[in-house]
Ligand binder design. Structure first.
Ligand code: FE
Length: 369
């Protein structure tokens, strides 16, 4: 119970007792004043219960460490964080169905493509672009509706025993016929792939990207299957020379958190950051936006701003192996060992991933991906 709630409750009780006891002897004026005070404090009590100091986070990120982070926020600001976690589609469905009655303030998820597509349905309000957020988050990693919280790169992995990429190898090069039957990547339904292909469409045009997708499919070592780690495992097992997967998965495997077998496999594979002589390596984000019907908007802004402080960023990157969004925060050593000075694609705005998502999926499906 909050301080104001407690105080209101005590005052109401005192007045009610007084009125009941001395009701007969009280003058009319005193009675009216007493009832008015009871009314005022009852209203305060209700208001304090309804407008509790809290923020409701709907999160599709499956990290226990995020909960520890929210606890830090509460300790600092006195704002309680209520977390509803679940799968993206289920959370989005719930938010849409509940409409105006939704208690959700912030929706947090991985991939700018997901955030962009949800915004295209009009689900966010402007507010993820406070002055404080604009100051610390580069323009290509935010929109007025959502903001990047951490970065990840979708890179190439190779088997150093069989191939050796030139320093300027690109995503585009993976479609070269000389790699026939030697490339693995997950399905076209995967959001990370849709965002990667969207960035290729943005930079190379739809026609060229359609030809590239056909080349990729010709080079597949197998029908796309499994998650990102499964692609890295395929290279480790010699089933392919090249794979595409997000950076943090290799670090996760090397950490041993996915078992000794995956840890050993990860050591057999090398990460490679493509497009170094061009636009740079494809970057994506984990991010969040404030929902259209957020009941606690001010608290939601505060929470997003907190997530972009050095303290919170350090916590995030140590637990998820993502890259920090703000300067001055060190990446975890399992990810830093791959090198941090690679050229990131900072020109292609990640808001394009959602905008070009449908085209990206079409291009892949037409290539038989
Ligand atoms: Fe992931």
């Amino acid at each position: 119970m909050g301080y104001a709630t407690f105080l209101s409750l005590i005052i109401i009780i005192i007045y009610v007792i007084t009125i009941l006891k001395k009701g007969e002897k009280m003058s009319k004026l005193i009675k009216v004043i007493s009832l008015a005070i009871v009314g005022l404090f009852s209203t305060l009590l209700v208001a304090n219960t309804v407008f509790a100091n809290e923020v409701n986070v709907f999160s599709a990120r499956h990290y226990d460490s995020d909960v520890q982070l929210y606890e830090k926020f509460t300790a600092k600001n006195g704002i309680k964080v209520n977390v509803v976690s679940g799968k993206d589609k289920a959370l989005q469905k719930r938010i849409k169905e509940e409409g105006k009655d939704s208690k959700a303030d912030i929706y947090i998820t991985a991939d700018a493509g997901r955030l962009g597509a949800f915004q295209a349905e009009g689900m966010f309000q402007k507010g993820a672009s406070s002055a404080a957020l604009k100051k610390v988050v580069p323009a290509n990693f935010r929109s007025p509706y959502w903001v990047g919280i951490a970065k990840r790169a979708r890179i190439i992995y190779y088997n150093p025993k069989t191939v050796n990429p030139s320093w300027n190898m690109s995503y585009e090069n993976l479609a070269d016929p000389k790699y026939k039957g030697r490339v693995v990547i997950r399905k076209s339904s995967n959001i990370y792939n849709q965002s990667l292909v969207a960035s290729l469409i943005k930079n190379n045009g739809e026609k060229n990207t359609a030809a590239w997708a056909k080349g990729m499919v010709n080079n597949f070592a197998r029908k796309p299957t499994g998650n990102d780690r499964a692609q890295i495992l395929a290279v480790a097992a010699g089933e392919a020379d090249w794979a595409v997967a997000n950076t943090y998965y290799l670090a996760l495997m090397l950490s041993g958190k996915k078992g000794a077998e995956q840890q050993a496999a990860a050591k057999k594979v090398m990460p490679f950051f493509p497009n170094q002589d061009g636009r740079g390596t494809h970057m994506n984000i984990s991010g969040g936006g404030i929902l259209k019907h957020a009941p606690n908007k001010a608290n939601a802004v505060k929470l997003l701003e907190f997530l972009l402080t050095p303290e919170a960023q350090q916590h995030i990157v140590n637990n998820t192996f993502e890259y920090p969004m703000i300067p001055g925060v060190k990446a975890n050593k399992l990810i830093a060992q791959f090198g941090l000075d690679f050229k990131q694609d900072l020109k292609t705005k990640v808001s394009n991933y959602g905008k070009l998502q449908a085209k990206a999926l079409k291009v892949m499906n037409e290539a038989g991906w």
